[in-house]
Design a protein around this ligand. Structure first.
Ligand code: GLY
Length: 397
């Protein structure tokens, strides 16, 4: 029976890859369930192999597991993935692992030298709170939110991203993702300061990060004293003028989330425009797993970024819920098609391989020559989120 299902799935993947046909909802549901089961098995291996007090990050050049300490921006994704797997399996081993690992993140809640507190704390403690409601997690998330808003610059009306580098006050498109925790903080505390800062940040980003075609710059550097834009640059993309794929996905996810949190149609329109930019792009591959940059000169031989596809897929599935019937179908199908590609043999690892990560072929920073064509913990996290979104929302939009 099991081998028959695997055979049917392989046939479906083959059909999707060769003829770009879409899977039926029934085939897609089977693929999603099988992928969630596989992911749980793979992460059980991860759990057993992972040294104490660190977090899986990527694969080193020598093929070994690259780990991260609690203060690296991606540390929250592994406990977050364990929470998603607990949500799916109800296996207490995933809950215990999430709880154990996220304890190491506790010092992060006091940090005011990073904007990544949403990634670090909301993906971990936020999912834990949602699933098991531990009251102490509220305090951790409120402290993290207070730390994050110390970075808000009223003259710029945005949260400062990095403290490193040659910038005066850099804001990166990725920072949209940290706003979700601030929306939660206002809902939880009744203090509107948090959401007002998130709204200011989102509005400033619409004004200064986007080009006419709705692609976005990676970094906008501001004059801290006057709030004027000093420069528009890239850090992880091909060039200042190019469209770095994960940045486009962060923007899509960020504005979809901001619409969910505020119901301001401006954010919905922004998300729709970003989605259309991606989905109509002549250099978007047929399998909807973007090259690391839409303007990479090596296309069609450029390296892909499965993490960009995972973030995009999860965001498109959510965006489809807020749009009219015609767009709903288009965004839902595109989110599902990207998800099916990631769940197929070209991107999904085999059991016990890939340092026990779920997905292969992500790219951290091409110009930085780091994490190229490797597994990345956040690719797995957003893949799991997209699988659960598909499972929970298919047929219920
Ligand atoms: N936030 C950093 C990245 O997306 O690589």
């Amino acid at each position: 029976m099991k081998s028959k299902i695997v055979f049917l799935l392989l046939m479906a993947w083959g059909a999707a890859a060769h003829a770009q046909t879409k899977l039926s909802t029934r085939q897609m549901k089977a693929l999603v369930n099988e992928s969630l089961r596989f992911s749980a098995t793979q992460y059980k291996h991860m759990m057993q192999a992972l040294p104490d007090s660190v977090f899986p990050r990527a694969t080193n050049k020598d093929g070994s597991l690259m780990t991260a300490k609690y203060n690296w921006w991606t540390a929250g994704f592994y406990p977050g993935s364990c929470w998603y797997l607990y949500e799916y399996t109800k296996d207490p081993a995933f809950k215990q692992e999430a709880e154990k690992r996220q304890q190491y993140l506790l010092p992060d809640q006091y940090r005011t030298n990073t904007h990544d507190l949403g990634f670090l704390m909301y993906c971990s403690f936020g999912n834990g709170l949602r699933l098991i409601g531990t009251p102490a997690y509220n305090d951790v998330l409120m402290t993290s939110s207070r730390s994050l808003i110390t970075r808000y610059k009223p003259t710029i009306k945005a949260i400062r991203s990095w403290d490193h580098g040659r910038w005066q006050c850099p804001v990166i498109i990725d920072n949209m993702m940290n706003l979700e925790m601030l929306a939660w903080a206002t809902r939880h505390s009744g203090d509107s300061t948090f959401i007002k800062i998130a709204i200011d940040h989102a509005n400033t980003t619409i004004k200064n990060h986007f080009r006419e075609d709705y692609s976005s710059y990676h970094v906008v550097d501001y004059d801290t004293a006057t709030g004027q834009v000093l420069a528009k640059k890239t850090h992880q993309g091909h060039s200042d003028a190019s469209a770095w794929s994960r940045g486009q996905a962060w923007g899509l996810y960020g504005y979809t989330m901001m619409y969910r949190e505020t119901k301001d149609k401006k954010y919905l329109d922004q998300a729709r425009h970003i989605a259309d930019y991606m989905l109509n792009h002549p250099r978007m591959p047929k399998d909807l797993v973007p090259y690391y940059d839409y303007d990479a000169p090596e296309i069609p031989n450029a390296i892909r970024d499965a993490s960009a596809a995972a973030v995009m897929s999860s965001a498109l599935l959510e965006l489809s819920r807020y749009t009219n019937k015609q767009e709903r179908k288009r965004y839902w199908n595109a989110g599902a098609d990207a998800l099916a590609s990631l769940a197929g043999p070209a991107y999904r690892a085999k059991e016990g391989e890939n340092n026990n990560f779920i997905l292969m072929h992500s790219t951290g920073s091409m110009p930085g020559k780091s994490e190229i064509d490797v597994p990345l913990s956040y690719a797995d996290y957003y893949f799991l989120e997209a699988l659960l979104r598909y499972k929970n929302w298919a047929g219920k939009r």
